[in-house]
Design a protein around this ligand. Structure first.
Ligand SMILES: *Cc1c(COP(=O)(O)O)cnc(C)c1O
Length: 384
């Protein structure tokens, strides 16, 4: 695949089809998918509901731009506000997680500037991942992802997660937003303490800043609730979504709790965001999660799976929630373990750090799927 620019390493497998939690490689072999397109294919591969909704809409009205009105975008926005419990809020539809965060950063600056000229700072967390565009990258922590692309937009600072004193010291009248993933996904599946999120809420209120939760990875049922914030009981002003929302269709969204921020026409835009077929597909995803009881499935299967993984020899700990789990290994070499599971056991997992595997399968993942994963990992770690 030399025609693809090498922003990723060599691909170990080429996939040709998928169904539910299974993928089929070009060699005809079947794999159990515990990555789900990186916490994205919520309904499982090739679920008919969003495909049919997309196809029906695409055959009726495809794209007209955001200069004109279309109904699926409005229906999706209403639905997102309803599941978030953000009655008076608003939604900006876009195409990816990075774009949802860009919209949130711009909203925060629009909001801050309405109060004071220098109220533009974003406080983010060490280990954070918010995306690859320049603004989202500035909010991201890992130096290796950022250094080659300096200069990045200024006005971002990072504090250690779960250190309340450090957060309190960083938030000032210049803070426009506190930006947090309630479970840090790409950083290694690190849950943020509910008490720390409560403090962030208080500090945001006190300083007149917005509290933004990047739930691009944790949202849409992944952690056993529609959104992680609902389980921890801390309501943000802005919620960034993407991955699971389209179950594979490219979509992102910024969802606001009220009409905060004060965007005015011309402030922000997107050619493709909220296009009718994608919005119709995402709406079908939300309907299906509800109809098939997938959030209950995530809670049940996720907690059993976490308990079983904890018992695997060679596993030193399991963190996360629902079907977003980080499996810490006693010995480094997570990437090698993932490679051997892929080729030897035909089980797909992601090495999220040198010592941890990330398990983030489709939300339809079953108990039987969980047993296949646990048996494969046991065999792999015991024989290694
Ligand atoms: C994946 C991810 C992003 C970036 O999403 P893209 O669609 O790749 O731009 C941002 N934030 C979090 C928390 C993510 O997991």
């Amino acid at each position: 695949m030399t025609s693809i620019l090498p922003t990723y390493g060599p691909r170990p497998v080429t996939f040709v089809s998928g169904r539910g939690t299974r993928l089929v490689g070009a060699d005809g072999a079947e794999y159990l998918d515990c990555v789900g397109g990186i916490a994205t294919v919520a309904l499982g591969h090739c679920h008919p509901a969003p495909i049919e909704a997309f196809a029906r809409q695409a055959a009726t009205l495809g794209h007209v731009s955001n200069l004109y009105g279309t109904q699926p975008a409005v229906d999706l926005a209403d639905r997102l506000l309803a599941v978030a419990g953000f009655g008076e809020g608003g939604v900006f539809l876009c195409n990816s997680g990075a774009e949802a965060n860009e919209a949130a950063i711009k909203l925060a600056r629009r909001h801050g500037r309405g109060i004071a000229d220098d109220k533009v700072e974003v406080v983010a967390l060490e280990r954070a991942f918010h995306g690859r565009t320049l603004g989202a990258l500035a909010a991201t922590w890992a130096r290796a992802k950022k250094d080659p692309f300096e200069p990045l937009p200024p006005g971002f600072r990072h504090v250690p997660p779960n250190d309340g004193a450090a957060l309190a010291a960083a938030v000032s009248p210049r803070t426009a937003a506190i930006l947090i993933e309630p479970i840090q996904g790409e950083g290694g599946v690190w849950p943020i303490d509910p008490g720390y999120l409560t403090l962030a809420r208080e500090l945001a209120d006190r300083s007149g800043a917005l509290l933004i939760f990047d739930e691009v990875q944790t949202g849409i049922g992944r952690t056993g609730a529609w959104f992680r914030f609902q389980d921890v009981g801390v309501t943000p002003d802005g919620l960034c979504l993407a991955k699971g929302l389209g179950s594979g269709l490219p979509i992102g969204a910024l969802v606001t709790r009220s009409q905060v921020g004060g965007f005015i026409p011309g402030d922000h835009g997107t050619t493709f965001g909220g296009s009718p077929p994608i919005a119709a597909g995402a709406l079908a995803v939300l309907d299906t999660i509800e109809r098939e009881g997938l959030i209950e499935n995530v809670r049940l299967v996720g907690s059993e799976l976490a308990a079983a993984l904890r018992e695997v020899p060679g596993v030193s700990g399991v963190r996360g929630a629902g079907l977003l789990l980080g499996v810490e290994l006693e010995r480094a070499g997570a990437a090698a373990v993932a490679t051997r599971l892929l080729h030897g056991q035909r089980v797909i997992v992601n090495a999220v750090t040198p010592t941890a595997l990330r398990i983030c399968p489709p939300l339809v993942f079953s108990r039987a799927d969980g047993r296949v994963l646990v048996d494969a990992l046991t065999e792999e770690l015991v024989s290694a």
